[in-house]
Design a protein around this ligand. Sequence first.
Ligand SMILES: [Zn+2]
Length: 220
Amino acid sequence: MTPNHHLDDATVLSYSAGALPAALAVVASAHLERCAACRTRLLDADQIGGVLLQQQRVDTPAEDARAAMLVLLDAEPAVEPPAPPADIVEEHDPDRLPSALHPWFGNSMRALRWRRVAPGVQRILASGIGGGDLMLLRIAPGSKLPLHSHGGNELTMILDGAYDDMLGHFGPGDVADLDGETNHQPVTSPGVPCICVAATDAPLVFSGWVARTLQPLFGF
Ligand SMILES: [Zn+2]
């Protein structure tokens, strides 16, 4: 399945530079496993990083370095997207979590041990990741989540099921790459629970009375 929602440019550049907080980097890696388009963009970003290093060495004016970066960002990819690593080819197995999640959650969706945190919401929090929070969420079909925004960045990837919000429809493989300003209210699709992996680098900020009541349940 080809994802429709991708990492934004800033996230790809930060990932390439090794500058993403650890929790966000795990979700970015999981998406990259399943998205050839973003793997190509990552190659471009790696090239830009190389150009910047080179420019620094020869002391090129910042304007020239910026122009070179923009040319690279606009250019058609010079190479075909790299093939996914061999173990990713097994992605048709619906039980198998992306490899990037294995150190934190194991490899089997069925073997996950969920903990209920609110009506219709179950969660597994990764412990000891540092650099933000990383969690799996399992949200009942047809649920409306509280309206919330974030003090920082949030990166969420859908693993199973789907949800809709003002930004569109998000299905398996899609990522929602949100900054601290975006206030959103996902509604999960009917049928199967929506299972996603979410990373934040700052606590969630819920709006409204009901949401504030729920906030302690989420443990943020
Ligand atoms: Zn992508």
